[in-house]
Design a protein around this ligand. Structure first.
Ligand SMILES: NC(=O)C1=CN([C@@H]2O[C@H](COP(=O)(O)OP(=O)(O)OC[C@H]3O[C@@H](n4cnc5c(N)ncnc54)[C@H](O)[C@@H]3O)[C@@H](O)[C@H]2O)C=CC1
Ligand SMILES: O=C(O)/C=C/C=C(\O)C(=O)O
Length: 480
């Protein structure tokens, strides 16, 4: 059985304790590899290695740093089939999705920041004839990057690329549920000639290895994507240490469909925003609000197309919905479906675990599920489920749907469907979300600020904001 290894000081090594955790294929329920069960000792070693590497990496000409990161991007592209297969086996997502979205985005992340860093510029402020102020931006030091299991290599690279491009060295921890592509990535870093210690990848549990990253006094910036509960815990540890924090947390995103929308586009994209990646994307539109006059028409069509989705073996080309990431997560999703029924909801399609035939008979599959008849205040409509479960609720007016949309503790993204430009602009301005998509969903431009309001997090990723996050700003005032 394959044993995943940590990547510390440029080498692949086992954890200091020599202990391993089991890695399960969620489509079959079988253990298929082992993960180092790393602890604070491994994090200490990784951090020492990152500290040693910092002087050379941060002072290397940015063009040279960029060339190394571009080589890594090229190697991701070269290995796309292998990485997509590994991602699908580790996470349960359809291999077609991993190949079309996850892996191309991982190389795009590397390329975007490798080239972006070359164009960083700083400001000068001329204070009359008396002084010149200029601002320098320098890498903050060792950064800690902690990524989740839903978009494993996609979000892992989304954090480490800006950190490395900015000149930081990194201690990173991928999710213990999906460690495989980060492990394969460490081999690509060695092949690309990334200097030793610049990136260190330590595998293991969040409560042990992850927590040790947050607590380590020589790690000055933490970039985290994951659940809001974990984000709060991280903030509680890191804030008194005055660490810089970027937290990209959960969502309970509204998908608002006005009667004047392009109906076909709204339904087609709503299927994607509800059930892509088994609904395990923090941007999924899990609360669908439909204007009363088209509520029945929308619901009928949406149900029809949901029932047509092929749930199956993630390795088959025909599969549109794969397995949920773990048995525990599947049980959480099923529990929310029961809760919805207790709260008076009608499950109008889906609602059950699926046992497929053949090799996937013990996999963690849940039918795409649509629930109606719930109030906005109930727990089903307030808490993040993070699975293939959506609710549909009718609304009467713009004011009403804005209050429905803003009624949760989250504020990550919102989608709205209307052909009326003025309405699109007016409603967007009133939505308390970090991201608003009008007549589209998850249409990404990596230059744009990405992140949430309220309990969806703090800080923004993407574009210059992510590069700046990993830098320290200094103003130098010269009296003339
Ligand atoms: N992108 C997102 O918005 C995500 C949201 N979630 C939400 O969170 C819920 C719980 O999922 P989990 O797997 O438990 O996610 P999590 O938020 O606990 O895990 C994300 C990452 O944080 C690490 N981690 C956990 N505890 C830590 C700690 N104390 N210090 C440092 N790192 C720590 C994990 O090892 C993993 O690498 C999901 O059901 C979903 O609702 C989960 C994953 C991604
Ligand atoms: O950067 C993106 O395009 C998407 C990010 C998605 C997440 O952060 C998530 O699902 O956690």
């Amino acid at each position: 059985m394959e044993k995943i290894q940590n990547y510390i000081n440029g080498e692949l090594v086992q954890s200091i304790s020599g202990e391993y955790l089991q890695n399960i294929n969620p489509a079959t329920g079988e253990v298929y590899s082992l993960i180092p069960d790393s602890n604070a000792d491994d994090i200490a070693e990784a951090t020492s290695s990152a500290l040693r590497a910092f002087a050379d990496w941060s002072s290397m000409p940015v063009e040279k740093r960029s060339a190394i990161l571009l080589r890594i991007a090229d190697l991701i592209d070269r290995d796309i089939d292998r990485l997509a297969l590994a991602e699908s086996i580790d996470n349960g997502k359809p291999v077609t999705l991993a190949k079309a979205v996850d892996i191309p985005r991982a190389s795009a992340n590397m390329r975007f920041y490798a080239t972006g860093a070359i164009h960083v510029s700083t400001e000068a402020h001329i204070t009359g004839i008396e002084a010149i102020n200029y601002t320098s931006k320098t890498p903050i030091g060792v950064a800690g990057c902690i990524s989740p299991w839903n978009l494993p290599l996609y979000l892992f690279t989304w954090k480490i690329a800006p950190a490395l491009a900015a000149g930081c060295t990194v201690v990173a921890k991928p999710s213990e549920l999906t460690p495989m592509t980060a492990y394969l990535f460490s081999k690509l870093c060695i092949e690309a000639g990334l200097p030793q210690g610049v990136l260190n990848i330590v595998h293991g549990l969040g409560s042990k290895a992850g927590q040790a990253i947050i607590e380590h006094p020589d790690i000055h910036a933490i970039s985290f994507t994951g659940g809001t509960v974990t984000g709060k815990k991280i903030a509680a540890t890191a804030a008194p240490m005055f660490k810089k924090l970027s937290l990209e947390l959960g969502g309970k995103n509204p998908n608002i469909v006005f009667a004047d929308c392009d109906f076909e586009q709204a339904v087609t994209t709503s299927i994607l925003s509800s059930f892509s990646n088994q609904g395990e994307i923090c941007l999924c539109g899990s609360r669908i609000f439909v204007e009363e006059s088209i509520y029945q028409k929308f619901t009928d069509e949406f149900v029809k197309r949901t029932r047509a989705l092929t749930i199956g073996d993630p390795l088959l080309e025909s599969t549109k919905v794969g397995a949920l990431v773990s048995e525990a997560h599947m049980n959480k999703v099923l529990l929310y479906i029961s809760l919805a029924q207790q709260e008076g909801g009608n499950v109008i399609t889906g609602g059950r675990r699926l046992h497929l035939d053949g090799r996937c008979s013990n996999g963690f599959f849940v039918e795409p599920t649509i629930i109606t008849g719930l109030t906005c205040e109930c727990r089903t409509n307030q808490e993040e489920i993070f699975g293939p479960v959506v609710t549909i609720t009718p609304f009467k007016s713009e004011e009403e749907v804005i209050s429905f949309a803003n009624s949760t503790a989250y504020g990550l993204s919102a989608t709205l469907w209307t052909e009326n430009l003025k309405r699109a602009h007016r409603v967007s301005s009133k939505l308390k979300s970090g991201i608003v998509w009008v007549n589209c969903w998850l249409f990404r431009d990596l230059r744009t600020p990405f992140g949430g309001m309220k309990q969806s997090g703090m800080g923004r990723e993407g574009g210059w904001e992510a590069l700046e996050f990993f830098m320290e700003t200094k103003n130098i005032c010269i009296k003339l």
